[in-house]
Design a protein around this ligand. Sequence first.
Ligand code: PRP
Length: 210
Amino acid sequence: MDMMINVALPKGRLGDKAYAILEKSGYPCPAMKEDNRKLTFENEEIGVRYFLVKPSDVAVYVERGAADIGIAGKDILLEYKPDVYELLDLKMGCCRMCVAGPKDFRDDPAQTLRVATKFPNIARMYYSGLSREIELIHLNGSIELAPLVGLSDVIVDIVETGKTLLENGLAPLEEIVPISARLIANKASFKFKGERLRRLCAQMERTMNL
Ligand code: PRP
C-alpha cells in the first residue's frame, strides 16, 4: 500500500494559504516553491505528496481515494455531498452563500421565481425548505449577469467582499449559509492511515491556533 499521505490542494490563493499551514505544521515540500507548471510535488523524506487540483474537483479526488485528504470549500461539500469525512474547519476562504438580486427586488409569490446559479442543489434545497416554487437556470460563471439581462430574477451565489454585486447594481437579499474551507479525508484512508491523518489534522489545528 502507498504509505505516502496524498494531499489534494486547491490551485490558487486558498491552496497557497492551506499549504502555508501544512508547511508550518511539519509537512513542508520545498519543490512546491518552484515556479513551474507541475501538478504533483513530493517530499519523500516525510512521506507527503501534494496534488494541485481545480478547487471544485478536490472532493472528487478525495472521495475516490486518489488523495487521502484535501482542502475543499463548504460550498462544494454542500452542493455535491461527497462521501468523505470533514475533519476540520480551516476558517479561511470565508464567504457567504446568498440569494442576491436587484436592490429593490420584491418576490411575487404568484410567479415562479427564476434562479440562476452554479449551485443547483443548494438553491433547490434552500427554496424547497421555504416551499417556494422556482425555475432553476444552471450557469457556470459570471452569475451576476443573469438578472441584469433578464435571464433570471435572482441568483444564488457566493458573496465574499460584495464587490461584484455592488459593481453590477445588485445586493445580497438573503443569506443561505456561511462558507469556509474544510479539511476532508477519504473514508478508507482514514481507516488505514488513520493515525497519521489524525496527527496531521491535530498539527494543523495547533498551527491555526498559534
Ligand atoms: C465568485 C462568485 C462571485 C464573486 C464574489 O466568482 O461567484 O462572482 O466570486 O466575490 P466578491 O463578493 O468578493 O465580489 P468567481 O471569482 O469564482 O468567478 P465566476 O464568475 O466564475 O463564478
